[in-house]
Design a binder for this molecule. Structure first.
Ligand SMILES: NC(=O)c1ccc[n+]([C@@H]2O[C@H](COP(=O)([O-])OP(=O)(O)OC[C@H]3O[C@@H](n4cnc5c(N)ncnc54)[C@H](OP(=O)(O)O)[C@@H]3O)[C@@H](O)[C@H]2O)c1
Length: 273
């Protein structure tokens, strides 16, 4: 302490930061469903929610990746289960929702991280790519919200978290159907927030910049391009999946009850540079 500082005489026992932080952020007793929870950003978020106390169900197609994810969480002493499902069909989404709810009960937290990134030039963008993109990136989050959020509202606590994209806000490098699906997701969060926030269910999107995950392996495979993209951020690096852990835990937790309808950029400053 320097001379200018004077130590106050405490009139209460020293604070217990762990208990205080737990009141803000603990997810103990909560159930979370994380689509795309077997890879990249979804996997990092699933791990963060589970290690914050939630029982987590990860949903994706590939069983080996799903099993590896839950095994890793179990090794940390977490409760985790997986459901293999194709979220590219409405029947697949419906079945996935029932299977996910069967694992630990109806969820309190839904994270929509499953996504596909098909970006042909607009001239070549056919109905097949449009339909496939909308099905996974927008229809599945909508249907899962319809399935789970009314129950959350009835119980008075719910958190809907979507993973959007820079392309939701501006077009670049052939945004095509992908950008449209992500813009829809941001609007979906607002509609959900309008519908359910007064009953304890918030809805928000996290907006990544460039994150080095399997989704954009093409960038990782091209160091010069990866470096050029990193230079467009303020932090000087591209994103990592773990950059989303804290933001997701915050949005999922009790202290974020007054944060709703928002798009929160976790992008190293890319969007404002
Ligand atoms: N990485 C980035 O730079 C970036 C930037 C902006 C936004 N995002 C968004 O962030 C989210 C996560 O992306 P990521 O980078 O983490 O990609 P990723 O590592 O490729 O993960 C995508 C996940 O979605 C699942 N998935 C894809 N299609 C599915 C389907 N039909 N049914 C069920 N699950 C399906 C995948 O599992 P299976 O293949 O086993 O099904 C995987 O778990 C996506 O919504 C993406 O659009 C990423």
């Amino acid at each position: 302490m320097n001379d200018a500082a004077r130590e106050g005489i405490p009139d209460a026992p020293p604070p217990a930061p762990a208990a205080y932080l737990s009141g803000l952020f603990s997810l103990e007793g909560r159930v979370a469903v994380v689509t795309g929870g077997s890879s990249g950003i979804g996997r990092a978020i699933a791990g963060a929610l589970a290690r914050s106390g939630a029982s987590v169900v990860v949903v994706a197609r590939r069983e080996t990746e799903l099993a590896a994810t839950t095994a890793e969480l179990a090794a940390h002493g977490c409760r985790a289960a997986w459901v293999s499902a194709d979220l590219g069909t409405r029947d697949g989404v419906r079945t996935a929702a029932e299977d996910a709810a069967a694992a630990f009960g109806e969820p309190d937290i839904l994270v929509n991280a499953a996504g596909i990134n098909l970006r042909p030039p607009m001239d070549d963008l056919g109905e097949d790519v449009w339909d496939a993109t909308m099905a996974v990136n927008l229809d599945a989050p909508f249907l899962l919200g319809q399935r789970f959020a009314p129950g959350m509202a009835g119980r008075g606590y719910g958190r809907l978290i979507h993973i959007a994209s820079q392309q939701a806000f501006r077009a670049f490098v052939t945004s095509g159907a992908y950008g449209v699906s992500k813009a829809g997701l941001v609007a979906l969060a607002r509609s959900q927030a309008e519908a359910w926030s007064s009953r304890g269910v918030t809805a928000n999107t996290l907006v990544p910049g460039v994150v080095l995950t399997p989704l954009n392996a093409r960038i990782s495979a091209d160091p010069a391009r990866a470096e050029a993209l990193a230079a467009r951020t303020m932090t000087g690096r591209n994103g990592l999946a773990d950059d989303f852990a804290g933001a997701a835990v915050f949005l999922a937790g009790p202290s974020a009850g007054y944060v709703t309808g928002q798009a929160i950029f976790v992008d190293g400053g890319l969007s404002v540079h």
